[in-house]
Design a protein around this ligand. Structure first.
Ligand code: FE2
Length: 277
């Protein structure tokens, strides 16, 4: 059966900092993107296929991420589907979505926003990388899985198991392997967000760009088991990780999930891994 969430794509997220302007300028340099202050005091970093809002708040936090639906009809039917499930909907906190957008709160207290992007003038970027997924670490992975899969309607693509316990789960809302994932950890926190760059050569170009900025790679390059994507990660000034990815797996809406063992090779087929638990 089809899910009313399908298709939805990560459109933007908000990253908070004690100094949002500094954070925004870091991302502006990192991505070679335009930085502007919004009338409400937030900062927008925008490039082709990617937008990040830097706000004032606790360093390293991500108070919400926002998924764009296909059109007004899908947004209305998705809202009605959540209504039938008794899900409380709040006003969208995002300045980048048109009237009619709404937010829900997940079991970790993070908001997920659904809406339609306001029309913006075409922004070009020197380096290609569409904002593609957001990942959190959580002390409540089973609750998050139940919420995102059974309430929000995401499809489960892969799960990582340790002694029957879910150590990580990857969920998709369109044919791309995951737009959201969560890793088991002692404390709930944001983990990383990712830009899908299009090719291995683009990963090379991003790596050369990091070299010019004197930003060391934090993990990778490597290839993830779940998603089969090539990647490397760097850290932003608050320790939040930023991933550059390519070749992310494509799956049909009805493809069943697979399972992986909880071991370093699952997280990096090429070698060493960042184990969150
Ligand atoms: Fe990722």
């Amino acid at each position: 059966m089809s899910t009313p969430l399908w298709p939805a794509r990560l459109h933007h997220l908000r990253r908070d900092s004690a100094n949002p302007e500094r954070l925004a300028r870091f991302y502006g340099d990192l991505l070679d993107d335009r930085v502007e202050e919004l009338p409400n005091g937030e900062w927008l970093v925008q490039g082709h296929g990617r937008r990040l809002i830097a706000g004032s708040g606790a360093g390293g936090t991500v108070p919400y991420f926002a998924l764009a639906l296909r059109d007004a009809a899908q947004l209305a039917s998705y809202g009605a589907a959540l209504e039938r499930l008794g899900v409380a909907r709040e006003r969208s906190p995002s300045p980048l979505f048109a009237e009619g957008a709404f937010a829900v709160t997940d079991p970790d207290g993070r908001r997920v926003v659904f809406g339609l992007p306001l029309r913006v003038s075409g922004v070009q970027s020197r380096l290609a990388g569409r904002l593609q997924h957001f990942v959190c670490a959580s002390a409540r992975v089973p609750e998050l899985l139940a919420f995102y899969r059974d309430i929000l309607g995401a499809r489960e693509s892969d799960r990582v198991l340790e002694n029957e316990e879910v150590a990580a789960v990857f969920l998709r809302s369109d044919p791309e392997h995951h737009s959201f994932a969560t890793f088991r950890a002692p404390e709930s926190r944001p983990d990383h967000h990712s830009y899908e760059t299009g090719s291995w050569n683009a990963i090379r170009d991003w790596g050369d760009h990091m070299a010019k900025l004197r930003i060391p790679l934090w993990w990778g390059p490597g290839r993830h088991g779940p998603g089969n994507n090539l990647f490397f990660m760097i850290e932003d000034p608050d320790g939040h990780k930023v991933e550059f990815s390519a070749e992310l797996e494509i799956m049909s809406e009805d493809a069943p999930f697979r399972t992986w063992p909880h071991e370093p090779r699952t997280l990096n087929l090429w070698g060493s891994a960042w184990m969150r638990s």
